[in-house]
Design a protein around this ligand. Structure first.
Ligand code: GLV
Length: 321
């Protein structure tokens, strides 16, 4: 196959090998730093298939820079808010993502953040690293237990369900707010109660965000929602930053409207609102949801297999449009 395949970011070799084994010779960016926008607009020129990372904005400008021969954009991520899918569809460009292969890795991080923020683990670690004296005490650095507390999942897709499974094992109750009802078997297994958005916010002890980021979920959680939440509740976000109004989160945390937050993603990533940095009751990690070697290799391989399918005029495995 002599299609021009451009891989716009550095991906694990498993992905490149999948392309090579299928006879596709990718032109692949091999630096850890993402391309600048100017470099990207030049690199995509003439491509028939693009393999992209979530750091690349695939919009009308980029599609035009690529040219009308472009057939597909295969994103190496389950989230595709970096891609203007409508602009792709208008130009008959297929879009694919990588669902499934990062479910457990991301749910692990969501649950890790729940434990970190409720048990004040980041704060505790900062004490040790500061070299300041400390002393075990009955009342020292008490956190909040999660047993018999309610996890409220916003967006009960694969990652939401996997996070709920972990919560159940830890003795939490599960509620969810989602566009659709989940499979009865899974609901029974988890004892999961479907709630309205408002009821979920008002009754949950931990609210964990797992919905996609798009126009309808932009700032889904802001000042009004924080006011509905319990003062003792925690917010976890491993989905996408723009779903939460970050400044209003800072305001709510400072006003004591909620108890804390665990964030893997940020509204203006990689920038982080400076108001978050001095708060002890937040845990901040740099978008690590899918960051295991195994998961990243599986994501790259799935994206490459989507590209191979499209190159051979077959249906992609995980299409978006
Ligand atoms: C990671 O954030 C992904 O969407 O795959």
């Amino acid at each position: 196959m002599s299609l021009k395949v451009v891989v716009t970011g550095k991906i694990p070799t498993a992905g490149l090998e999948t392309l090579l084994a299928a006879g596709l010779a990718p032109i692949a960016w091999d630096k850890d730093q993402p391309m600048t926008r100017a470099e990207l607009l030049v690199a995509v020129k003439g491509a028939e298939i693009l393999i992209t990372l979530l750091t690349e904005k695939v919009d009308a400008e980029l599609l035009d820079a690529a040219g009308s021969q472009l057939r597909a954009v295969c994103n190496v991520a389950v989230g595709y808010n970096n891609i203007d899918v409508a602009a792709c569809s208008t130009r008959n460009v297929r879009v694919t993502n990588t669902p499934g292969v990062l479910t457990d890795a991301t749910a692990d991080i969501a649950f890790g953040l729940i434990l970190m923020v409720t048990r004040r683990l980041g704060e505790g670690e900062r004490v040790i690293r500061s070299n300041d004296p400390w002393q075990w005490g009955m009342h020292y650095m008490l956190g909040s237990g999660i047993q018999n507390r309610q996890l409220g999942v916003i967006g009960m897709g694969a990652i939401g369900i996997a996070t709920a499974r972990r919560a159940k094992v830890f003795g939490m109750k599960v509620a969810y707010y989602s566009r659709s009802k989940i499979d009865d078997k899974i609901a029974t297994e988890l004892g999961a109660k479907q709630m309205s958005f408002e009821e979920l916010l008002a009754t949950s002890d931990v609210v964990s965000v797992h919905c996609p980021s798009n126009d309808s979920t932009h700032h889904l959680i802001g000042a009004e929602q924080f006011r509905l939440m319990k003062k003792s509740a925690f917010l976890i976000n491993t989905a996408r930053g723009p779903i939460v109004n970050e400044q209003e989160l800072v305001d709510a945390l400072k006003a004591g409207e909620i108890a804390g937050a665990g964030l893997d993603v940020f509204e203006f990533e990689p920038k982080v609102n400076s108001g978050l940095l001095n708060l002890e009751n937040v845990v901040l990690i740099p978008h690590l949801g899918s960051a295991t070697a195994e998961t990243r290799a599986a994501m790259a391989t799935l994206a490459a297999n989507n590209a191979v399918a499209i190159a051979s005029s077959q249906a992609p495995l995980t299409p978006v449009n």
